[in-house]
Ligand binder design. Structure first.
Ligand code: ZN
Length: 321
């Protein structure tokens, strides 16, 4: 994170604060909340101004895909593809809002060909005040979607409602299907020790026994950048990157993957923050900044090493260390 960038962020926040104040002064009764300012500045993709539902031929069209074929059973959800309009439209970012309304306790292998199995989708965490992880994850993911579309990326949403049934392995298969430039899995944490707070980002280890081993360097770099930018934007405590080889949503992925654990729902102060639209907007912006930083790195790499994949990987690996 360079200082110029931090300065410009501070300047931008100040400008937004002043604009908010001005809006309150201009409109009698001060009817505009942060959420209103946010949604007016960032129209939802279903607004005609940004994208239209279409046949997929036009830029910005939303394409509703059918169920994804998978080695197990097809899921009952749909993946939703927003075709980008900007310079970065060729980079498809797949966003996975973690969990869903109901857990699916059927089992699936934790990786391709593995004998070890795990529940298809766990129920997710919940705060003492009743904030559910699946709701929070979706809310932040929808904001992230809007920011990425505004920045010109193509975006695939694994879900836009809570009423789906999509296993973790299937979610990774969707990212593979689109050959995602980055697969971002949005989660929140919980611990029996309620004093624990802060942010963790998960990816595979260099010793991962599944094919996702090949994308370790990129996933690690993506995770580092996501952690840095997310913590800068939210001011939450930076815990660490965790390398974990037990997650089907990582092990089935062939693309750069990061699980962002946005904070601890089990911690009172952190869960209260996560209830607010203000926090969620910063969280989404932080993740978008992390994605921007990652795409800039890989774009630079592919410019300097267009024909030498091995060199690309070793260079990225060094940068990640
Ligand atoms: Zn989770």
């Amino acid at each position: 994170m360079n200082r110029e960038y931090k300065k410009s962020r501070v300047a931008r926040r100040l400008t937004i604060c002043l604009a908010g104040l001005l809006a309150c002064l201009l409109f009698s009764g001060c009817d505009y909340s942060w959420r209103d300012l946010w949604s007016r500045d960032n129209p939802k993709p279903n607004d005609e101004l940004v994208v239209e539902k279409g046949d997929g031929e036009g830029e910005g069209d939303v394409i509703f895909q059918g169920a994804v074929e998978y080695t197990g059973q097809p899921h009952s959800g749909t993946d939703i593809y927003y075709v980008g309009k900007g310079e970065r439209k060729n980079y498809i970012i797949v966003i996975d809002p973690g969990h869903q309304l109901r857990a699916n306790t059927d089992l699936e292998p934790i990786g391709p060909g593995s004998d070890i199995t795990k529940m298809k989708v766990a129920g997710g965490a919940q705060s003492a005040a009743g904030l559910t992880e699946y709701d929070l994850n979706l809310s932040v993911s929808l904001m992230l979607r809007d920011i990425l579309i505004q920045r010109g990326y193509s975006v695939v949403m694994i879900r836009e409602t809570n009423e789906v049934d999509i296993s973790n392995a299937e979610r990774a298969q969707i990212a593979n299907k689109y050959n995602a430039a980055a697969f971002i899995r949005v989660h929140a944490n919980a611990n029996t020790d309620t004093s624990i707070r802060g942010v963790q980002v998960l990816c595979q280890s260099p010793d991962n026994p599944f094919p996702c081993n090949k994308t370790y360097a990129e996933s690690r770099l993506l995770s580092e950048l996501m952690l840095d930018e997310y913590c800068n934007a939210t001011d939450l405590r930076r815990l660490s990157i965790i390398e974990d080889d037990t997650m089907a949503g990582i092990n089935f992925s062939n693309v750069p993957t990061a699980i962002v654990e946005m904070g601890f729902l089990s911690n009172e102060a952190e869960s209260r923050s996560m209830e607010t639209a203000f926090f969620r907007r910063n969280a989404a912006e932080g993740m978008a900044n992390g994605i921007d930083a990652f795409i800039s790195e890989i774009a630079e790499e592919s410019e300097t090493h267009t024909s030498d994949t091995d060199t690309q990987f070793s260079t990225i690996d060094k940068m990640a260390e």
